[in-house]
Design a protein around this ligand. Structure first.
Ligand SMILES: [Zn+2]
Length: 310
């Protein structure tokens, strides 16, 4: 006489276990990303299976991030760290990792994910010239604004996540495919939008746009900084102004953490337009919706500035 036993019980057991063991049922991968662009891409792949903490603010210079003591605690508890690599974070991340004492995150460990691996780096110097102030000693580390590189990084993050959390690997693979398909479709749209301006020159404050320039056919090779990380000097700016006038360059781009007034001074002397740009979702108004929205903003902002000056 087993009539009192609920016939649904076998089916209810997994549900009961999930209720009793919420920690086990929802163990998420606890991931730290150095910058908001990396965090946005990791979120696309990880979805609800990961918790992501971002160290740098979207308005902060990724080379010089204000390292807070709370970062050490976050890194101590993390299951994975994702960095851009190529020395982008060399001025602040290694010291934090040392203090965090989390052996899982040691460079080279599976939970230390460096996005630069597998990316075709531009401007790799044949000889180190860090002594002269250049902070791009391992090549140009600002590669995420080329969607092809964003996809490579996403692939790398997917593989690392699958390795660290095998039970969620189907989710990570499906999320990657969705992001990858969206990027492929958008890339065509972005290239078409900027195609009319092929070969045009743009002045940047800091040399962080060669990957964007290469992908979209723009020449972004004249800079307000004499060298990456070295502040503008009057003789250097005078040279830039002369070149801008000679080559009829009408657009200057500036990131939120750089000195917009310097860009405005140069613009006033050349009749150029200053355009606010960012490489990080949330760095400029209207970009906080993720990587694709950020790229939409950049393509639109540059396209309309170049259209005005044609
Ligand atoms: Zn840089």
């Amino acid at each position: 006489m087993n009539r009192n036993l609920n016939p649904n019980l076998p089916r209810l057991i997994p549900l009961l276990l999930a209720l009793l063991l919420p920690g086990l049922a929802q163990a998420k991968l606890n991931v730290v990303a150095t910058t908001p662009d990396i965090a946005a891409i990791a979120k696309e792949i990880g979805g609800s299976a990961v918790d992501i903490t971002t160290l740098a603010k979207p308005t902060e210079d990724p080379h010089f991030v204000d390292a807070k003591p709370s970062f050490i605690v976050k890194l101590n508890h993390a299951d994975a760290i994702i960095e851009g690599g190529a020395e982008l974070e060399i001025g602040w991340l290694p010291a934090l990792l040392d203090q965090a004492r989390n052996s899982k995150l040691a460079p080279g460990a599976p939970a230390h994910i460096s996005c630069a691996e597998g990316v075709q780096m531009l401007e790799v110097p044949t000889a180190l010239d860090r002594s002269r102030g250049d902070i791009h000693a391992a090549g140009n580390p600002h590669f995420f604004v080329d969607p092809v590189n964003a996809k490579k990084a996403a692939e790398h993050i997917r593989d690392a996540f699958c390795n660290l959390d095998q039970k969620s690997s189907e989710t990570f693979r499906a999320n990657f495919q969705k992001f990858s398909d969206a990027l492929d479709a958008k890339l065509k749209e972005w290239q078409a939008a900027l195609a009319p301006y092929k070969g045009q020159q743009i002045v940047a404050y800091h040399n962080s746009w060669p990957y964007f320039g290469e992908r979209f056919g723009l020449k972004i090779d004249l800079f307000l900084e004499p060298k990456p990380g070295v502040p503008p000097t009057p003789p250097h700016l005078a040279e830039v102004i002369t070149k801008m006038k000679a080559d009829k360059v009408h657009v200057i781009i500036v990131d939120p953490y750089l000195d917009r007034r310097t860009a405005e001074t140069v613009a006033a002397k050349t009749g150029a337009t200053v355009v606010d740009v960012t490489q990080f979702p949330g760095g400029v108004k209207g970009t906080d919706g993720g990587y694709i929205q950020l790229m939409d903003y950049l393509v639109k902002a540059l396209g309309s500035a170049l259209a005005k000056t044609n």
